[in-house]
Design a protein around this ligand. Structure first.
Ligand code: CO
Length: 177
């Protein structure tokens, strides 16, 4: 399972609600964890692997040794968020070599379904809440570059331009095959 990089249009495409909780869906989420650990990530959303469904996985522990903190969420909805916010550093597997501060609410309460379709409610705070909100944004087609400060956007512009150029080259390569 490959992780798509910006500016792949699938990162901005609409993501459909999950209606069937099949064994295939469980396989997809397992493959997402594998891809995430392989690339030293802590979270991954369906659209990042070309699956435009409301599906995300994360693990604040960040490695397969801490599988007890793995979370899979289907059709997540944010019920409430703290008014209090904090700034923290984020990266994104779809944007290699970019890190920047993003301001987000500190806590979030989430309703979702697990991989079998059972309803679950999570109260998240700190690092876990930040990761969740980053991945949740992906399900709305929102990327962390959309939430950066203007100075950071200016700073990373050359890297974005490189990614855009590489994507065009890849596209050209694909169309020749
Ligand atoms: Co991301």
């Amino acid at each position: 399972m490959d992780i798509l990089q910006y500016p792949d249009p699938r990162l901005r495409a609409p993501n459909a609600p999950i209606v069937e909780f099949t064994p295939e869906l469980a396989k997809i989420s397992a493959a997402m964890f594998e891809a995430m650990y392989r690339t030293d990530g802590v979270g991954l959303a369906g659209p990042q692997v070309g699956i435009n469904l409301k599906l995300l996985v994360f693990n604040p522990g960040g490695d397969s040794a801490s599988s007890e903190t793995e979370v899979v969420l289907c059709n997540p909805k944010i019920v409430s968020r703290s008014r209090e916010t904090e700034s923290g550093e984020e990266g994104c597997l779809s944007f290699p070599e970019i890190n920047a501060q993003v301001v987000r609410p500190i806590t979030s309460i989430v309703e979702a379904q697990d991989i079998e379709g059972n309803g679950i409610t999570l109260e998240l705070e700190g690092w876990a809440s930040r990761i969740f909100q980053h991945e949740y944004d992906h399900l709305d087609g929102i990327l962390f570059i959309d939430r950066m400060s203007s100075p950071d956007k200016t700073r990373i512009r050359p890297i974005l331009n490189e990614l855009i150029a590489e994507f065009r080259v890849d596209l050209a390569g694909t169309s020749r095959n």
